[in-house]
Unconditional design. Structure first.
Length: 281
């Protein structure tokens, strides 16, 4: 039985909120979400839910048309879109996680707001347990140096929680998480592994093109064919989905120990053709 005063009509403006509610068995409360939510949580495509603009391009009229009693949004915001969200005049929960700890706090916050704190605690317990299980398998392995990017133009390093996942997967992330850098700066670090997980790109990052355009041919990761694309939602959605990203990272960093997983693609050693290594098992 749901608490009397908990929100019953939730609009999710970011996939992470939708995934968190789904993990807690509360997807029936979601009356609207974004097109990106469907990519990471296909169940929302059914049930007559409205598709609305996300936290970056939110529109008050769209939100109000859904008659929500709670709006959940998350970074990145634009000032204009934040104004639109607030203009709707609906109870608003805004999230801005930077680390795994922040994500656990967000899960606890959402579960508390919708009145199912015990389900939130269960989800919070499962995530670090899954992460620790992978960490135990990698703790005695050699740790390759990894550059992981969430965007290509401008070149932006992946967020802090990705750096934590890289560590758990048995690697060491170079660069400052969440900050802009340059192709030259990355080349000077000569990483052994490069991971591209571009926001909104799914698994369609053009690996050969970025290597060519950035002049990375001499980079160790390129020479050894260790340039990978991991599906956007596996690393950029701060929610339980990150566990799938962790397994993709582990397969990229230590293929001799971890099986290949869906959502992971790689490039051939420099000068060869692209290897079609994605598995859908």
């Amino acid at each position: 039985m749901q608490p009397l005063h908990s929100p019953q009509r939730v609009v999710c403006l970011q996939p992470s909120a939708t995934v968190i509610l789904a993990a807690m068995g509360q997807l029936d409360r979601v009356v609207a979400c974004t097109k990106y939510c469907v990519d990471v949580c296909p169940e929302v495509a059914h049930g007559g839910r409205a598709i609305v603009a996300d936290s970056w391009t939110a529109k008050a009229a769209e939100i109000l048309a859904c008659r929500p009693d709670l709006v959940i949004a998350a970074v990145p915001y634009q000032e204009k879109s934040l104004t639109e969200i607030l203009k709707a005049g609906v109870r608003f929960l805004g999230l801005a996680p930077k680390s795994l700890s922040d994500i656990y706090t967000d899960i606890a916050t959402i579960s508390g707001v919708v009145g199912v704190p015990e389900r939130g605690e269960q989800v919070i317990a499962e995530m670090p347990a899954d992460i620790d299980a992978v960490r135990k398998l990698t703790e005695n392995l050699l740790r390759p140096r990894v550059f992981c990017e969430e965007w290509g133009k401008p070149l932006i390093a992946s967020q802090g929680w990705v750096a934590e996942l890289v560590e758990a997967a048995g690697g060491t992330m170079i660069g400052t998480p969440g900050m802009q850098t340059s192709a030259e700066a990355v080349l000077s670090e000569d990483p052994e592994v490069v991971i591209a997980a571009w926001c909104g790109a799914g698994d369609r990052v053009p690996l050969e093109k970025i290597v060519r355009d950035r002049g990375w041919g001499a980079m160790r990761a390129v020479r050894e064919g260790r340039v990978y694309c991991i599906r956007d939602e596996f690393l950029n959605t701060p929610a339980p989905t990150l566990v799938r990203g962790l397994h993709a990272l582990a397969a990229a960093l230590h293929p001799e120990r971890f099986p290949h997983v869906a959502g992971l693609k790689s490039i051939a050693p420099h000068g060869s053709q692209l290897i079609g290594t994605e598995s859908h098992a």
